[in-house]
Design a protein around this ligand. Structure first.
Ligand SMILES: [Zn+2]
Length: 403
């Protein structure tokens, strides 16, 4: 392979070629450089042109092969990107050796995957190709989850630790899916292959004085347009009770049906039961079961009354009472079900686990915000089935010399 590439001298383009600065770059012989490829190390000799006027070197072959500014071949970069999206950098390094027979150390996996992830994050912001809605009813879910950060990334940030400091930062996730399929009982279930994700460590807070929506609101807007959510006959926004979710839904998708994910709501009631009766108590279990049935049956008043009894003495009960009060219109489950809507998909919850948790919240991991955002972008792209499209744009831009 190496011999064949080095015998081919068609990259010689004459004694001089035009430099971007407008002057001529002179041919200065062939230069060798080592590259890592899926076939192992390659030593390539390439025609080298130098522009005396601006000092720039030109290597036409590097550009043609997508090797410009890198010592990794495009195929290898792509492989490392996929591996880095799915497993830890250390595991990625092991897989590269095991499956591809190419030794790439963990640090190199990290650098390469993060660099690719940064490109993907930029591409996500720049390119929105709107699609028609995939179904008459489209679902958009939002959620947040904390990921462990390096101490240096958190200096001065307020958090939930007893001393007021923080160990995590919140990743906000937006996920879009359809649920035309039905289970044995006729309840809507998520259509397989319909889920896409977009996420980042971003703020969702916007003030009246802001000229633009928050970064996360813009992300949600892009994802909504990409999926045709904004064009759907029936739009449903699902989330837990967090205030920012509903503020954002009101601003971005007025008129959409808002539903508190039943899975989340039941989780909160379970927490209250534990706080009142202690973990693992039969009484607590019974209490929670009753509340969950009431919730399923749409008896919000009954849930309300049961929480009221404990609200005085119990902090969790008080918090939950407030939550139920604020969100009761979003908890009309029997009504939503009668309309054939998905109320407790678990998709949003699972999205946080699948897209973020399993890759970024593992033992011993500590992220920088920039590193986490790059890997999150890479992973969301891969899990949403968009890596191929990105790669096409990316490699054609690199060869055209604009990337
Ligand atoms: Zn020049």
């Amino acid at each position: 392979m190496e011999r064949r590439l080095n015998t081919d001298r068609s990259d010689y383009a004459g004694a001089a070629l035009r430099c971007a600065c407008g002057q001529m770059a002179r041919y200065a012989g062939r230069r060798a450089k080592g590259f890592d490829s899926v076939l192992g190390k390659l030593r390539l000799e390439r025609a080298y042109y130098h522009c005396a006027s601006c000092g720039t070197g030109h290597l036409p072959r590097d550009r043609a092969l997508g090797l410009e500014g890198s010592s990794l071949s495009p195929a290898l970069t792509r492989m490392i990107g996929v591996v880095g999206a799915l497993v830890s950098f250390a595991e990625g390094s092991e897989l590269m050796g095991e499956l591809a027979g190419v030794p790439v150390d963990a640090k190199q996996v990290e650098r390469t995957a993060e660099a690719l992830g940064r490109e993907i994050a930029q591409d996500e912001r720049d390119v929105v190709e709107p699609e028609p809605p995939g179904a008459p009813t489209m679902y958009l879910g939002m959620d947040g989850t904390g990921i462990p950060m390096r101490a240096s990334e958190l200096a001065g940030r307020a958090g939930k630790q007893p001393d007021g400091s923080s160990k995590t930062r919140e990743v906000k996730l937006c996920t879009v899916w359809t649920a035309e399929a039905r289970d044995d009982e006729g309840a809507p279930v998520r259509d397989s292959g319909s889920v896409t994700y977009s996420a980042a460590i971003e703020s969702a807070a916007s003030r009246d004085t802001d000229e633009q929506p928050s970064d996360f609101a813009q992300r949600v807007d892009r994802e909504g347009r990409r999926r045709g959510f904004d064009q759907a006959e029936r739009r449903v926004v699902l989330g837990d009770g967090a205030v920012w979710i509903w503020n954002l839904a009101d601003e971005q998708f007025p008129g959409a049906i808002q539903i508190v994910d039943l899975y989340h709501a039941k989780g909160h009631l379970w927490d209250v039961a534990k706080a009142i009766y202690g973990a693992g108590s039969d009484l607590g279990e019974q209490w929670a079961k009753q509340r969950r049935e009431e919730l399923d049956e749409g008896k919000i008043d009954a849930v309300h009354a049961a929480l009221q009894v404990h609200a005085q003495a119990n902090h969790e009960a008080r918090k939950c009472l407030d939550y139920v009060t604020r969100n009761q219109l979003r908890m009309r489950y029997p009504e939503f079900r009668a309309q054939g809507l998905c109320v407790s998909s678990g998709v949003v919850e699972a999205g946080c686990k699948v897209a973020i948790g399993t890759r970024l919240k593992r033992a011993g991991m500590h992220w920088t915000a920039a590193g986490a955002d790059a890997i999150i972008a890479l992973r969301c792209c891969k899990l949403s089935g968009r890596f191929e499209d990105f790669w096409e744009r990316y490699s054609s831009a690199a060869i055209a010399g604009t990337g």
